[in-house]
Design a protein around this ligand. Sequence first.
Ligand SMILES: Cc1ncc(COP(=O)(O)O)c(C=O)c1O
Length: 355
Amino acid sequence: MKRPTHGGNLAWAASLASCPSSLILDFSASINPLGPPKSALAAIESGLQDLVAYPNPSYYQLRVSLSQLHPTLDPDWILPGNGCAELLTWVCRELAQLEETFLVTPAFSDYQRALKAFAGKVREHLLGLGVVGCPIPIPQSPIPKMVGLLLNNPHNPTGHLWDKEEIEPYLEQFALVVVDEAFMDFLPPDQQQSLIPMVQEYPNLVILRSLTKFYSLPGLRIGYAIAHPERLQRWQQWRDPWSVNTLAVAAAKAVVQDTEFQQKTWAWLKSARSQLFQGLVQLPGLQPYQSAANFLLVQSEQSSSLLQEKLLKRSRILIRDCLSFPELGDNYFRVAVRTQLENQQLLEALSRILS
Ligand SMILES: Cc1ncc(COP(=O)(O)O)c(C=O)c1O
């Protein structure tokens, strides 16, 4: 079986570990271990009776529910999609019409997939991983051409969070600025650095959000874009009219109101991330990076793919090698933050291999 490029490929992991995939402890996909919330499961169950009808292609009720998360926004500024990944496709169709797109790397591999699909021209700008403050590696000087910018905040795979003030000047310089905020909801509202409050002022700004990571629903596929209504209506013309299924609509409407689950997640992440970080720092040959998200990038003296293989074979634990981020290569891996008990299992398994 081929080495996967995304996290969460349990079939591949299970074949290496020689066990059923249900026995793999998965640190490779950055999914909230507290979920899915009961509210989502209940909504899916009662949504089953609606499967006999097509969803309403305007997704109006869902857009109203999502606008409750972002009270300054009218529902017309929101477009739900089949995961953030679907909306990435449509925004990349627009980016591909520009002369080129500046991409901060290392980057989520789907950006290249979506830009390539429309023959978009990409110019990569490498992030200085060791550089203090981790500045966005793009000069804030006039950009002479019709150029787009695709950024991810907090950034995958480093977990770095840029202040919105660091991104704001680019809105004046680029023809189109896309900020993928797939992991922003893991920050409590008072710590988020979302550009959503600026979207009404800047028609060249598009924000992408995911509901699959925070609410542990990657198999259901649900995300949304926030942008000028004219742009979103254009995407709606391009795409399949029913790209968000009935059960995803039901679950999304329920989870956005689930403040108890949200509070529980914010409380868990703060302490579990710190526990995992402290544990990793103490292991020989490992150097984790500070992260604002629910995963940690770790620099490793040992080959990460070898470490991954040993963890699978000895402990049935799957970590994410960083081979799909070519700028990082084999001396980095990424781990999701899981429950304190599971984090401890990972730390002990790593310790047995490294000590
Ligand atoms: C940075 C980033 N954006 C978007 C996505 C896709 O999210 P979704 O499951 O909502 O399609 C991922 C998934 O790994 C991601 O890492």
